[in-house]
Each structure stands twice: as structure tokens, then as C-alpha cells.
Design a protein around this ligand. Structure first.
Ligand SMILES: Nc1ncnc2c1ncn2[C@@H]1O[C@H](COP(=O)(O)OP(=O)(O)O)[C@@H](O)[C@H]1O
Ligand SMILES: [Mg+2]
Length: 272
């Protein structure tokens, strides 16, 4: 079912990201990832993430999207290849599909957590927690508990928690996949606004064509077995975007193009 390879030693990293393209924040060069069970999650991936872009990784389950995020955030190491940063590895925010909130703690305490781990006192953290809650539209919910919130609101708390350290790079792994469509559209709209106001670089994993086209400035389409990049689609429409873009011919055309790329990526895949 899964491809296997002979593992190669990791290439030596180049010093200080000197060879990176000028606008690259991080570059993956010939990155492969083979798990202990010999599953080849990624094969010789080359990807430059540009400063300030909203990049979506789009592809079917198992094509290595989460593995790319985990490699970039150093939750796991590449088997071969190198990951290079321009100017050193920055603070990184990570949002997962599940909001993973502490149910016994208030919204404030949940968002405060990363600062608490850094030894920042509650009092010192107050302004930054409030700012993060403001950004996700939950300023009034600091004292609420997760059980009092809808699924969409819990995800907003999770995003606020990722933003509280003001990361220049935000990684989002299918954050809206478990939400109903109306909530998802609203969160997509708000994420576009958030992206514009933050200016941060965002790498967003999804298997929704519509979501990726609406949000992204660039889409990388991936295919499985082994995980690899098969297409790269720029989305030129300027940010912020709104309902007008969603109803435009340009959006429909981009969705068609992206959908075709995804279908060819899945050609030859057996039915799950
Ligand atoms: N810790 C792991 N151990 C073994 N195999 C793994 C592990 N994590 C992921 N995989 C496998 O690697 C491949 C890519 O996984 P993943 O990056 O999670 O894909 P995606 O996020 O695109 O669904 C899949 O075949 C998956 O089963
Ligand atoms: Mg995944």
C-alpha cells in the first residue's frame, strides 16, 4: 500500500539561509520523511514559503500535509533533506483541527497558557490575552468556559491561543474541517481579515478546494504515496476578499483549475 525507500543521510544545512530566495521565510530542500513503519510520508519535497503569503497545502488524506507542518514546527525531523530559515527560526503558532482547550479553565486561562509557559505573570499577560481575544471577536468571552461555547467559538479560542505569542508564522492544520458549513464560511471570512491585519505568513492545510481558493495567495496541490507536490496555483485576487469574490467568475474559474489539479493528483489512487 505504501511506498518504501532506502533512507539517505540528511544533507548538511546551508549556513544562515544564505542561499534562500530573497522573499523566502523558510525553504524545504529535498525533504523526505520516512516513518519507522517504512511509510514514506514525503519524497524529496522542495518548497519555498514566502514571507507574508497565505499558502494552502491541498490534497487527499495521507499525502503528507500534516507532516509538512510538523517538520516546519520541528515536532518531527526530516529523514533526508534540509529545512532552512531566513534569519533564524521565528516564533510559530500552531492551530490543530481539534481546539484542544482545557475544559476546566476559562477562555482567558486557555489563551494565557503559552505565556504562562514562558513565565509571564497573569497580570503582565492581560493586555496580550485581551488583544488576541479581540482579534478573533471574543473580547466579551474571557470569563466563559469552553462548554459554554459553540464549535466555531472554541476554534476562535484556539486561534487566539496560537496568536498570543504574536508569531510571524501561523500553521493551521484543517482548523475548520469539523465545523458546519455556515460556521466555516464565517470563519473563512474572519480569517481573511485577520491575515490582513496581522500580516503574518500563514500555511493552511485543507482538503477543500473552495476554502483554499477563497483564502490563499498560493495553493500547493499534493498527491500521496509517496507524498509530493504536483501543482502550484497562484490566486491573484487581492486580499481582503469578501462575498463579492466568492460569487465572482474569477473565483469559479480558480476553483475549476484547482479542482482539476486535485483530480489529477488523485488519479490512480485506489478507492478508500
Ligand atoms: N507517526 C507516524 N507513524 C507512521 N506513519 C505515519 C505517522 N504520521 C503519519 N504517517 C503516515 O504518513 C502519511 C502522511 O501522513 P500525514 O502527513 O498525516 O497526511 P495528511 O495530513 O495529508 O493526511 C500517511 O500515510 C500516514 O499514515
Ligand atoms: Mg493531516
Amino acid at each position: 500500500m505504501s511506498a518504501t525507500i532506502q533512507t539517505k543521510p540528511a544533507a548538511a544545512p546551508l549556513p544562515g539561509g544564505a542561499s534562500l530566495p530573497r522573499d523566502a521565510l523558510v525553504s524545504l530542500r529535498g525533504v523526505s520523511k520516512v516513518f519507522a513503519n517504512r511509510v514514506m510520508a514525503l519524497s524529496e519535497l522542495n518548497l519555498d514559503v514566502r514571507e507574508g503569503e497565505f499558502l494552502s497545502l491541498l490534497g487527499p488524506s495521507g499525502c503528507g500535509k500534516s507532516t509538512v507542518l510538523r517538520l516546519i514546527s520541528r515536532l518531527t525531523n526530516p529523514t533526508a533533506g534540509a529545512i532552512e530559515w531566513r534569519g533564524g527560526r521565528p516564533e510559530i503558532g500552531f492551530v490543530f483541527q481539534e481546539p484542544t482547550l482545557m475544559p476546566w479553565a476559562t477562555v482567558f486561562s486557555n489563551v494565557y497558557l503559552p505565556l504562562r509557559f514562558r513565565g509571564v505573570s497573569r497580570r503582565e499577560a492581560q493586555g496580550r490575552v485581551e488583544e488576541a481575544l479581540e482579534r478573533v471577536g471574543l473580547a466579551k468571552f474571557a470569563k466563559a468556559y469552553p462548554r459554554e461555547l459553540s464549535g466555531g467559538m472554541k476554534m476562535r479560542v484556539s486561534i487566539a491561543r496560537a496568536l498570543v505569542l504574536r508569531p510571524p508564522l501561523l500553521l493551521m492544520d484543517e482548523p475548520f474541517a469539523a465545523l458546519d458549513e455556515i460556521t466555516r464560511i464565517k470563519l473563512n471570512d474572519d480569517l481573511v481579515q485577520l491575515k490582513v491585519s496581522l500580516g503574518a505568513t500563514i500555511i493552511f492545510v485543507t482538503h477543500s478546494v473552495f476554502e483554499s481558493v477563497y483564502l490563499s495567495t498560493r495553493i500547493v496541490v499534493m498527491a500521496p504515496r509517496p507524498g509530493r507536490i504536483v501543482a502550484e496555483i497562484p490566486v491573484e485576487a487581492p486580499l481582503p476578499r469578501d462575498e463579492e469574490f466568492r460569487l465572482s467568475a474569477a473565483y469559479a474559474e480558480k476553483c475549476r483549475e484547482t479542482s482539476q489539479a486535485l483530480h489529477s493528483a488523485m488519479e490512480g489512487m485506489s478507492l478508500a
